[in-house]
Design a protein around this ligand. Structure first.
Ligand code: FPP
Length: 230
């Protein structure tokens, strides 16, 4: 099972409390820790989190710096814990615009958790689905294969994803908005969508389990008829 999450609402969470938006991002990082632990406990195979979109570069420099710094600190502090719990961490997205220091941290984290196989945690950083699809199309131009599987592989290469571009089963978006915001557009072709008003820092294990419980009652047909239908 592959769950993807658009973690929205950090800024509003902080603003409502009269705090700086970056405080909301810090609380958001705490929620990430809890949800990753829940995902492992619930035996989810892949969890993909949208941490920093390519369009987020357009935010004020101070917020961009704070977000990337927070991400680096998260990777440094969680690597050992994730390795001990057999959680593999991969960062997906573009790499050419990240600082050398962050790149080094990403590489160290990925290396330290490379043999873990209990939960595949993918963190999307400088990620844009449209850019990835365009990059995959360029890769395919140089290849004789052009079927869906080949495209999927090319897409995986374009975003540094070790396991290609696995289909998403459930996409959760917190924060009340109902859109995909350029996240995993190819992978979400048949994803079930779950939108909640809950702001990301408040999204806890109970809310996560509720989204999963709702998902279990969905009737996934992939364009076919329901079982037993004439
Ligand atoms: C959207 O909320 C959230 C982000 C742009 C960043 C998400 C980052 C984290 C949850 C923390 C760091 C991540 C990891 C993996 C440690 P927003 O700022 O757009 O909120 P708003 O819609 O209320 O303004």
């Amino acid at each position: 099972m592959h769950i993807a999450i658009i973690m929205d609402g950090n800024g509003r969470w902080a603003t409502r409390r009269g705090r700086a938006r970056t405080v909301g991002h810090r609380e958001g990082a705490k929620a990430v820790r809890k949800i990753v632990e829940s995902a492992r406990r619930l035996e989810i195979d892949i969890l993909t989190l949208y941490a920093f979109s390519s369009n987020n570069w357009g935010r004020p420099r101070s917020e961009v710096d704070a977000l990337l710094h927070l991400l680096q600190r998260y990777l440094i502090s969680e690597t050992r814990r994730c390795a001990a719990q057999s959680i593999r961490i991969k960062v997906i997205g573009r790499r050419d615009r990240l600082s050398r220091s962050l790149m080094r941290t990403i590489e160290q984290t990925e290396e330290a958790t490379a043999s873990c196989n209990r939960l595949n945690l993918r963190i999307a950083v400088d990620y844009s689905a449209r850019q990835s699809i365009a990059a995959a199309a360029q890769i395919l131009q140089r290849s004789p294969d052009n079927d869906q599987a080949a495209f999927s592989n090319a897409l995986g290469c374009a975003i540094h994803s070790a396991n290609g571009s696995p289909s998403v089963d459930l996409l959760i978006r917190t924060g009340g908005e109902k859109r995909l915001s350029d996240f995993l557009l190819w992978e979400c072709a048949y994803a079930e969508l779950s939108f909640t008003d809950c702001l990301w820092p408040d999204f806890d294990e109970t809310a996560f389990e509720a989204a999963l419980e709702d998902y279990r009652h969905r009737n996934r047909r992939f364009g076919r008829l329901a079982a037993g239908a004439v």
